[in-house]
Design a protein. Structure first.
Length: 440
């Protein structure tokens, strides 16, 4: 006769149940241990890799590409022109392309039309893309001294253009984000601290036609902005200082950017050494916010380190993790929050250390479709088997590239190949990766 426990359960059966529970717990993903919180996380099984397709070559010279998606999955792509060869231009200051077939083909809008040859004399700089809750697309195209916002709806149907200048000086790499019905958030970059801030925040409630006077984001650090497309939260992440140890700070507006408390930022984490690039913030809504930053202490010899932060309560509290996947110099890491709590990260990385004239640089990407519901875990693989650059110039791939998760949970990467020898001679590329459907 089997012995029973106090609840009438056989002791042998209870032992089996305990063993099963232990096995199930061991199989749960946990990822890297959050920095400084003392958690003892169970090790993850190897996360699943994104399966990348064939790269798409635009056959255009450009660099620092950005990408965005609307709720239908239409893709919008921009990049800086090659200023060293104006004969390579056939569009205004920044490139702009639209794809409605998942990145298989790309075209430039027919409007706004070119108005004479005067645009060819402008010193074109970086642009940026934002999409609001109606799927209106806002593209800030900058010539440094005068910026324009071009607006499209319905996957590329031109609406209007507005001339703006939202900084106190030259606007090098402006950021724009959008939400609701034509609510825009603009970070103008002065490149140095001016009247209290390197970046200044501006808001428009009418699709960019008029703007607030502007408020400085405190400090001399680089910053980045994102907003709930269908909500009221706006997020600005800032490093407290450039090229030195710094705090990673978050400013949150709960009323669509109408008010900010610049005196009381949320502390996300601390960087012990100089950062390589600005921190990046991304949200898909529902109070889920992601931040990515790095530490570049003696990176040429020792490599750089990647850190990720996640908030599940609209930026009020944070968990952070060291997400460094292997030893390398990670250049221009970027992050994107996608639907259903998904998150993706991409970067350029050297094939070894120390950095030398023979160093090969590849673009890597990965995604965790369940990142908001578990400790984030990403399998980084080469998104393109061909090196994007060979050499030791840490600026050959410039300052920026971008990714976006589309509603079908595909990872879309806008990136570049450096061909040289001048600064602007790079080629623009796109690649799409899919997460295995059997796992989703």
């Amino acid at each position: 006769m089997k012995r029973k426990g106090v609840l009438g359960i056989s002791i042998a059966g209870a032992v089996v149940a305990i063993v099963v529970i232990i096995i199930l717990i061991t199989a749960v993903s946990s990822g890297p241990t959050p920095a400084g919180d003392g958690k003892d996380e169970t090790p993850l099984p190897e996360p699943v890799a994104v399966q990348f397709g064939e790269p798409y070559a635009f056959n255009k010279q450009g660099y620092e590409p950005g990408i965005a998606s609307d709720s239908t999955g239409a893709l919008f792509y921009t990049a800086h022109k090659n200023l060293d060869d104006k004969s390579s231009w056939d569009y205004p200051a920044s490139w702009f392309f639209v794809s409605t077939d998942g990145g298989a083909t790309w075209d430039s809008p027919s409007q706004p039309r070119l108005r004479g040859d005067l645009w060819k004399t402008y010193l074109g700089d970086e642009g940026d893309i934002a999409i609001d809750g109606r799927d209106y697309v806002y593209f800030v195209d900058t010539y440094l001294l005068d910026n324009h916002i071009h607006v499209w709806a319905d996957q590329g149907n031109y609406q209007y253009s507005v001339r703006v200048q939202k900084t106190t000086g030259l606007d090098d790499r402006p950021w724009i984000s959008a939400q609701a019905s034509g609510v825009l958030h603009y970070l103008g970059n002065n490149a140095v601290e001016v009247n209290g801030g390197r970046y200044w925040y501006y808001r428009s409630g009418n699709g960019g036609r008029t703007w607030t006077a502007g408020e400085p984001v405190p400090g001399n650090g680089w910053a980045h902005i994102d907003a709930d497309r269908n909500g009221d939260h706006v997020y600005i992440v800032s490093e407290s200082e450039v090229g030195a140890a710094a705090d990673i700070l978050m400013y949150v507006s709960d009323d669509g950017g109408r008010s900010w408390n610049w005196d009381d930022p949320v502390l996300i984490g601390h960087r012990d050494g100089p950062g390589r690039e600005y921190p990046v913030v991304s949200t898909y809504g529902d109070g889920i916010v992601w931040v990515l930053w790095n530490d570049a202490t003696n990176g040429v010899e020792n490599g750089t380190s990647l850190f990720i932060g996640r908030s599940l309560d609209a930026g009020r509290t944070w968990e952070t993790w060291n997400m460094t996947p292997f030893q390398a110099f990670f250049d221009y890491p970027t992050i994107n929050a996608g639907p259903d709590g998904s998150v993706a990260v991409a970067f350029y990385a050297s094939d070894g250390l120390p950095i030398s004239p023979e160093s090969e640089w590849y673009v890597y990407g990965g995604m965790d479709p369940f990142g908001a519901s578990q400790t984030p875990s990403i399998n980084f693989t080469k998104a393109d088997p061909t090196p994007t650059y060979v050499g030791e110039d840490l600026h050959a791939l410039h300052d920026f590239f971008e990714i976006v998760i589309t509603p079908d949970l595909a990872l879309n990467i806008a990136y570049q190949y450096y061909i040289g020898p001048e600064n602007g001679h790079s080629l623009m590329y796109f690649v799409k990766g899919n997460y295995p459907t059997m796992v989703l």
